[in-house]
Design a protein. Structure first.
Ligand code: GCU
Length: 439
């Protein structure tokens, strides 16, 4: 481990936790590919082996973190820097020329239940730069600034909600590296807006490709092309990948929320699925303005432990023909050597502390290692405790459909990767607990 030795107490505590976390051990799944992209995949609990996680409550100089002040002023910045340089890459911060164009200032929509707004967010005065097309619904009868569920979307906004008033937009076609109008009804991007609105929550979403395309394209398109240092065609080891770019886009939306008097920018929960689950983990860790995080099946590179060899690994993420563009080039150093990484998902979760975090997983989503996400939350528990918040309070992995909704929250639906309809109810319960909407 690069971060030096791990405090004996932490070792003892963690091995005790792992020893008891044995609730619904799924059978070693059969017929799952034993090799992906030429790299073996372990799905056998008995072969996970032993591992020692980097300790979020120990400073890089080896000294323990004993109070909130040391956490906020010393340890938190150290961990954030590690994730910036080693995993996601550094972003350029808020652009000086950012501007907001409210193209739809508030139109009754969804059978009168909502007010729809549409906002174009520009990052530069140069019109050729990417722009975010933000779609917002607010409860029609809201009397005060509303808390929000803000979900980053795989699809175009016109497919997110059934509303003919949405200005349609194009999406990237990886085959041609051009933008085209999408097919209707992307399963992943649909948002169940009405129950959220009924609970007193606003809803916002944008298409992630507005910021950066989701494929390697030699910096011909997307926001990262505009920040490549002059004369460079390759990224520096700590340059941002597209996950950091998508997360940066979410922060630009929060910049807008801070200007909108109908929105309570201090009560914004963020949500994303899969690679966008990884995105909201980093957005929530890096931008402390976000009040809460819901990460769906974020898996490896998100909330699942890398030191635990189960399902996808850093090697699968960073092998050239898969997803290296999503991460800082440095991340590939840990492919095959997760034990050498100075960070892991327990520390990413710790960066979200003291704010509420819900990890939603799927019982048959073995690739994303739902148990590894649970164990990461368990191992981040001491940081929540130090900050006076409620961790999971158990080290026993719950069965499917048994939510634990504390400040740290965990829910595993019955089924696979992504979301299933019942997940929305759990989200709303979690959001009501922590954002206190007025229905
Ligand atoms: C792949 C990848 C995952 C990722 C997922 C997705 O399966 O291996 O890490 O989460 O794509 O984004 O759908």
């Amino acid at each position: 481990m690069q971060s030096g030795y791990v405090a004996p107490l932490f070792l003892i505590v963690f091995s005790a936790l792992t020893a008891h976390a044995q609730a619904p051990e799924p059978p070693a799944p059969k017929q799952l590919p034993a090799v992906v992209a030429g790299i073996p995949v372990n799905y056998d609990e008995s072969k996970v082996g032993e591992y020692t996680l980097p300790d979020p409550l120990k400073l890089n100089n080896g000294k323990p973190v004993r109070n909130a002040k040391t956490w906020y002023t010393k340890r938190r910045p150290e961990i954030e820097e590690t994730f910036e340089t080693q995993q996601y890459g550094r972003d350029p911060g808020r652009p000086a020329d950012e501007s907001f164009d409210v193209t739809d200032p508030g139109t009754p929509a969804l059978d009168g239940k909502a007010i729809r707004k549409q906002v174009t967010i520009s990052f530069s005065k140069d019109p050729s730069w990417p722009k975010i097309h933000l779609l917002i619904y607010l409860p029609a009868d809201a009397k005060k600034p509303v808390p929000m569920l803000f979900s980053i979307n795989f699809g175009a906004v016109q497919n997110a909600v059934d509303d003919p008033g949405i200005t349609p937009e194009e999406v990237w076609d990886p085959k041609t590296n051009t933008k085209v109008f999408p097919r209707e009804g992307s399963v992943y991007g649909h948002i169940d807006a009405e129950p959220l609105l009924a609970a007193g929550l606003g809803v916002a979403t944008f298409y992630y490709g507005d910021v950066d395309p989701d494929y390697a394209q030699g910096f011909s398109n997307g926001i990262r092309a505009h920040f490549l240092k002059p004369g460079r065609t390759e990224r520096a080891p700590d340059d941002w990948g597209s996950i950091a770019a998508w997360a940066w886009g979410m922060s630009r939306v929060e910049d807008y929320f801070e200007t909108d008097k109908e929105i309570d920018a201090k009560r914004v929960a963020i949500h994303g699925i899969s690679r966008l689950g990884k995105t909201v983990m980093w957005a929530g860790a890096h931008d402390q303005r976000f009040a809460a995080v819901i990460a769906s099946c974020s898996g490896e590179g998100g909330a699942a432990l890398s030191h635990r060899d189960y399902g996808e690994t850093i090697a699968h993420l960073t092998i050239p023909r898969r997803f290296p563009y999503q991460f800082a080039p440095n991340y590939a150093k840990y492919a095959g050597f997760p034990d050498k990484a100075p960070m892991d998902a327990n520390m990413l979760i710790a960066l979200i502390a003291p704010r509420p975090l819900l990890l939603q997983t799927g019982s048959t989503d073995y690739w994303s290692d739902p148990k590894g996400e649970f164990l990461a939350e368990v191992a981040a528990g001491p940081v929540y405790k130090l900050l006076g918040k409620d961790p999971l309070d158990t080290d026993v992995w719950p069965a499917p459909k048994q939510p634990i909704l504390h400040d740290l929250a965990y829910y595993m639906h019955e089924g696979g990767h992504g979301m299933v309809p019942g997940d929305w109810e759990i989200y709303i319960e979690f959001l009501k607990m922590h954002l206190h909407p007025e229905p």
